[in-house]
Write a protein that binds this ligand. Sequence first.
Ligand code: MD6
Ligand code: FE
Length: 197
Amino acid sequence: MNLPITEGAVLLPGFAAAMGADVMAGVQAVIQQAPFRHMTVPGGHKMSVAMSNCGRAGWVSDGNGYRYDARDPETGRPWPPMQPCFFDLARDAAARAGYPDFTPDACLINCYAQGARMSLHQDRDEQDFTAPIVSVSLGAAAIFLFGGLKRGGKPRRIRLEHGDVVVWGGPARLAYHGIAPLRQGDTRYNLTFRKAL
Ligand code: MD6
Ligand code: FE
């Protein structure tokens, strides 16, 4: 089932549910090499969401800003390789949503404990905005906040359950979005796949 969110953005409810256990095993393999950490944002605060990455490029934030980096700044080593089942899942979801030939080179893994949130932002650190983003939600449900192309206004609220996948690109690629503070005691994981380089 494809549920349109807005032009260019699609919710695929439960698309990843059947491979949820495989994906979580992949997350465990990645975080053994590149443990979750709370990155610092340019204002100096630490993010409430804990993050890691796999793939050729990893999204990082520090006091100087945001960037993609081939290496984990905590260890100086390259990020773990993209798990094959991650790549296939992202590619299949993108194709289902109308974006064939998606070749992600970056997978950002987000871990939300109770109270963690992500404030409204645009994903604009990638080189090429013609590729979509594929976002996979696992574990506890969360409220996805979906705004417009400009800051301000009241965002829509979309509940993302375990196994749900959101694909967005085209005219929605630079929409403001975020995650409301997690209410449940359970942990939520989110994998966002991008073509960063
Ligand atoms: C999250 N997601 O779901 C955070 N960005 O935990 C994102 O920031 C995001 O879900 C771009 C596209 C889809 C997303
Ligand atoms: Fe984002």
